[in-house]
Write a protein that binds this ligand. Sequence first.
Ligand code: HEC
Ligand code: HEC
Length: 257
Amino acid sequence: MRNVVGIISAAALVMLLPASALASKAFFPPGDGNVANGEKIFKEGKGEVPACTSCHGEDGTGNDDLATPRLSGQFFSFLLKQLEDYASDARQDMTMFVMNANAKGLTPQDRRDVATYLAARKVDFGGSDIPALKENGQPVGEVWKGRKLVEIGSPVRSDGYPSDLSSKGKGIPACKSCHGYAGRGAPPVYPMIGKQRYTYLVNQLKNLREGKRANDPMGQMQAVARKLSDEDIHNAAAYLTNAHPTTPGNIRTPYDH
Ligand code: HEC
Ligand code: HEC
């Protein structure tokens, strides 16, 4: 019996190898732009384009009052795609109506450079300050329900019993299945959504649900977002913004005793 277990775990180890190889930098290039030019654009802007820091913060971690996203540490390929999508109007900035002009004001090489700089930028960012948002009167969901949605989704069970309390078995796939554990991202296509700004997450999920943002490949994300209620969105964002990318944290749910 012990041998069988040994063989199985050895086989499991071998099966794990290609996955870790896939996650390596060799498979996912960190960006090949000019970091110095990217940094200059980020901090000083260029021509008519204002400094990115003015809205995304000195450290590039975004701002909940302005509803801007964290950019530092996001994947190169995703950042570049978003800048290209703003430049071609495939994505509209529905928040401040500035990003389309900003992206168009940069050359393709500039966009590549700033995406390279941001992707490589390491920041110690814990996510949005949820108590502060609540104090400002922003609706904030429940972390444990959000975590459930991210990890297991809300599958429709064959007995019809709702398997998720917040979303009543609506056939929502686990966010994790595309965006990775705790929303830490699965490059090159699936962005990091963990440790992203709460307000930004909520806005994008609503935009994607309503078709105001439609630049996702094959409508993959819109199909998911259409199944989400406001409550689901607030719950998922409440969990994701502070989700630790590597450790599960406290797994207990706040049931009354
Ligand atoms: C005047 C404010 C402002 C400035 C300046 C600004 N941004 Fe933005 N940016 C925003 C807002 C608001 C959004 C969210 C837009 C939306 O809802 O689609 C955004 C979104 C983005 C996104 C999309 C991120 C994602 O996760 O999808 C990228 C990339 C980005 N900005 C890069 C930049 C860069 C690079 C610069 C400097 C060249 C810059 N921004 C300057 C306000 C700004
Ligand atoms: C079938 C795969 C898939 C699943 C499942 C999925 N997503 Fe996505 N999601 C995507 C793709 C692809 C994009 C990137 C769109 C783009 O390139 O503009 C995306 C983008 C996003 C964005 C925008 C990020 C940004 O920085 O602009 C958010 C927020 C998001 N997803 C949240 C979620 C949540 C919450 C769930 C679970 C309820 C979920 N996603 C499940 C595929 C998926």
